[in-house]
Design a protein around this ligand. Structure first.
Ligand code: SF4
Length: 400
C-alpha cells in the first residue's frame, strides 16, 4: 500500500468508525503538497510488513512484537498504534473518578521488586480495620466517586470474613460504586483460607459486592522471572486459571505487565501472546495497563528507571499486539502526568483516574502526584488535543 492510499484508507476508516470526528493532522502526520492527503512518517523499512498487517487487520505475532521492540522508529511505531487507537475510539480519551484503598501492607510473599510490603510488626506495617475503611470512605462521601480500587498484601492473620466485611462496608457506604478489588494472587489466597473451591470463593466475593479485578499479580507471565523475583507468588499458569474463572463467573478484569526489571523482550512478547489467547477465550479483559518498574526501596534498587522511549514504545506495542483488548491505559502514577499525556498519541486511550491517595508506587519512589482532580485530568487530555470522557469502570460514559 502506498503512503497516499494508506492515508486515504486511514481517513476513510476513521470517518467510517467515528463519522462525527473530523479527521485531523496528528502528531505523526502532516499534510502533503495537495493539502488533503497525508504523508506517513516512518523511517524503519523493516516495519513495512508490520504496517501492512496493521492496515489490513492481520494479527501480529511474537516475532512482530520483537521487531517492534528492537526498532528505534518510535514515531513510526507510534503512528501505527495511533491508527489503531483512533479507529477504536476516535478522539476520546477516558478517565475515571476513583478512590484507592490499600487495606494492608503486611505480606508473606516478599517479592523482590516490591517496596510496599512489610513484615508483621515492622514500623511501617499497617492493616486497616473495617472502621478505618468506613472512615476513609466517609471522609470523601461528598465526591462523585464511581469506582473503589482496592488491593493489599497477603496477610495470613486476616480471616475470609474480613474480606467479605471490606466489600460489604464499601457497598453499604457507597451502594453505587463499582468495587474493583484483589489481584489473582489475593483471590488464590482467599480460596486457600475460605474452605471453598476457587469457583465458590469467587461467587461468595461476588455476592458480597466484588465486580471487577484490577489486573495485577502476574507481573510478567514467565516462569523464569517468577523464579528470580517472586517465587512465593502463584505462577503464570495459576494466574491465568484464576482470571479465567473470574471471567467465567461474569466478572471482568484488567491485565497489567510490570516491565523494566529483568524481563527480556521475548518475555514481554510472550506476555502479550498469553493474555491475548485468554482474551480470545473469555472476552473478560477490559483494559491492559503497562506498569513501569520503580526500584527505589526495593531489593533491586540498582535497576535504573525505565526511559520515556521504552514507556511510549511499550504502550504502542501493547496497542498493536492486543487486538482483542478495547483499552490501553497510560497509568500516570507510574510514568508521570506529562508522559501519560503524550502516550495518548502512542496508542493509549485512558489515563486511569483521580486516585487521590496512591501508596504502592510512591513507596517505590514515584514522583508523580498522589492524586489528580477531575479538572486537572480533563485539562491534560484537552491540552493534548483529545476529548476527555469521564467513564465508569465498564467504560460507560458519565455525563456530569
Ligand atoms: S507485590 Fe504483592 S504479593 Fe508481592 S510482596 Fe508486594 S504486596 Fe506482597
Amino acid at each position: 500500500m502506498s503512503d497516499d492510499s494508506y492515508f486515504s484508507y486511514y481517513e476513510e476508516t476513521i470517518n467510517a468508525v467515528q463519522p462525527k470526528v473530523k479527521f485531523e493532522v496528528g502528531l505523526f502526520t502532516k499534510p502533503s503538497s495537495n493539502g488533503r492527503k497525508m504523508e506517513l512518517i516512518i523511517t524503519d523499512n523493516q516495519l513495512t510488513g508490520i504496517k501492512e498487517k496493521v492496515l489490513n487487520d492481520i494479527r501480529l505475532d511474537a516475532d512482530d512484537a520483537l521487531m517492534l521492540y528492537k526498532s528505534y522508529d518510535i514515531i513510526g511505531i507510534g503512528h501505527l498504534a495511533d491508527f489503531v487507537r483512533r479507529k477504536r475510539h476516535g478522539k476520546k480519551a477516558f478517565f475515571v473518578y476513583n478512590q484507592h484503598l490499600n487495606y494492608t501492607n503486611v505480606c508473606i510473599n516478599h517479592c523482590r521488586f516490591c517496596a510496599y510490603s512489610r513484615r508483621k510488626g515492622q514500623p511501617e506495617s499497617f492493616t486497616l480495620s473495617i472502621d478505618d475503611v468506613r472512615k476513609k470512605l466517609s471522609d470523601r462521601i461528598a465526591e462523585p466517586i464511581t469506582e473503589i480500587h482496592m488491593v493489599g498484601g497477603i496477610n495470613p492473620e486476616l480471616p475470609f470474613d474480613y474480606y467479605l466485611g471490606l466489600l460489604k462496608t464499601i457497598k453499604e457506604i457507597r451502594p453505587n460504586v463499582t468495587i474493583k478489588a484483589f489481584t489473582a494472587v489475593e483471590i488464590d489466597h482467599l480460596a486457600g483460607i475460605s474452605g471453598l473451591s476457587l469457583e465458590d470463593t469467587i461467587h461468595t466475593l461476588k455476592s458480597a459486592g466484588l465486580e471487577m479485578l484490577p489486573g495485577g499479580g502476574a507481573e510478567v507471565l514467565s516462569a523464569r522471572v517468577r523464579d528470580k523475583l517472586f517465587p512465593r507468588k502463584i505462577g503464570h499458569e495459576r494466574w491465568l486459571e484464576v482470571v479465567s474463572k473470574i471471567h467465567a463467573a461474569g466478572l471482568t478484569s484488567n491485565a497489567t505487565m510490570l516491565y523494566g526489571h529483568i524481563e527480556t523482550l521475548e518475555e514481554r512478547a510472550n506476555h502479550f501472546i498469553r493474555l491475548r489467547a485468554l482474551q480470545d477465550k473469555t472476552r473478560g479483559f477490559t483494559a491492559f495497563i503497562p506498569l513501569a518498574f520503580h526500584s527505589k526501596n526495593t531489593l533491586m534498587s540498582e535497576i535504573p528507571s525505565t526511559t520515556a522511549f521504552d514507556d511510549l514504545k511499550n504502550i504502542a506495542i501493547a496497542r498493536l499486539m492486543l487486538d482483542n483488548f478495547d483499552h490501553i491505559k497510560a497509568y500516570w502514577v507510574m510514568i508521570g502526568e506529562k508522559l501519560a499525556q503524550t502516550a495518548l498519541s502512542f496508542g493509549a486511550d485512558d489515563l486511569d483516574g483521580t486516585i487521590i491517595e496512591e501508596k504502592i508506587t510512591h513507596m517505590a519512589g514515584a514522583t508523580s502526584s498522589k492524586g489528580l482532580t477531575r479538572q486537572k485530568i480533563r485539562g491534560m487530555i484537552q491540552a493534548a488535543g483529545w476529548e476527555p470522557v469521564e467513564r465508569d469502570s465498564f467504560y460507560n460514559e458519565i455525563i456530569s
